[in-house]
Design a protein around this ligand. Sequence first.
Ligand SMILES: NC(=O)c1ccc[n+]([C@@H]2O[C@H](COP(=O)([O-])OP(=O)(O)OC[C@H]3O[C@@H](n4cnc5c(N)ncnc54)[C@H](OP(=O)(O)O)[C@@H]3O)[C@@H](O)[C@H]2O)c1
Length: 243
Amino acid sequence: MNKTILITGAGTGIGAATAKRLAAGGEIIIHFHASRGAAEAVAGDVRAAGGTAHLVQADLATEAGCREVVAFVTERCGKLDVLVNNAGGLIRRETARELSWQLMQEVFALNTFSTMLMSSLCVPLLERGQQPCIVNVTSIAVRHGAPTATIYGAAKGALDTFTRGLAKELAPTIRVNAIAPGVIETPFHDKVTTPQRLAEFRAATPLRRNGQPEEIAAAIEFAINSLFMTGETLDVNGGLFMR
Ligand SMILES: NC(=O)c1ccc[n+]([C@@H]2O[C@H](COP(=O)([O-])OP(=O)(O)OC[C@H]3O[C@@H](n4cnc5c(N)ncnc54)[C@H](OP(=O)(O)O)[C@@H]3O)[C@@H](O)[C@H]2O)c1
């Protein structure tokens, strides 16, 4: 894709698959936090596909980290066509009977505050881009509330609402959409979902399997290319949630 694209959390999972899918002819800024080696491998794949790759490390759960990434993009690229707010995670499970203030802060900082601030800081860069857009990665948790991860569900729910408000504020120049993945087989689940629970999700899903990160990358590409779509949330979940 012949665009300048910043993807947060692009060293692993959905972000990595998206970087590779959009690589050909594109200028991809691969943000990572802890996964330096994986991010370097993604950069190699992007270059092998004919794209340009930049790597930037930052903790996006902090204001300083968000500002560092945007300063990097400003200096290196001077503009942005696409921002994919993908970095996020559940951190750990807690039931609603024992919620800790600290976990609430951590989960909202990582999933919600980072996406909100990154979106805001990138507006001037996007205004210099071609057919610019933002794609936020939320979750099926927005639909079902995520029992044992209710903070995460609420943090993604806030992003779902933010997506619509931002889409209205930034129209007609910048489109803003969200992808709400179902259960996708990525490192996301390594520490927070048992193999048995993953099997239960597979059994409960009409398509009888969990998703692959490449299938969410395809939906992100669709949102980028859909020039008459803004303020929308695409549910991509094998039928686990239907409207
Ligand atoms: N997998 C699923 O079933 C599923 C379902 C619904 C929604 N999602 C959402 O999809 C998005 C991508 O997740 P994934 O499934 O691809 O899992 P993943 O491979 O664990 O990706 C999460 C990414 O977030 C980054 N990240 C974590 N903490 C960070 C921090 N403090 N600062 C900056 N970046 C940080 C990680 O970067 P490093 O590895 O470099 O630290 C990682 O690349 C997330 O927003 C997640 O909530 C996933």
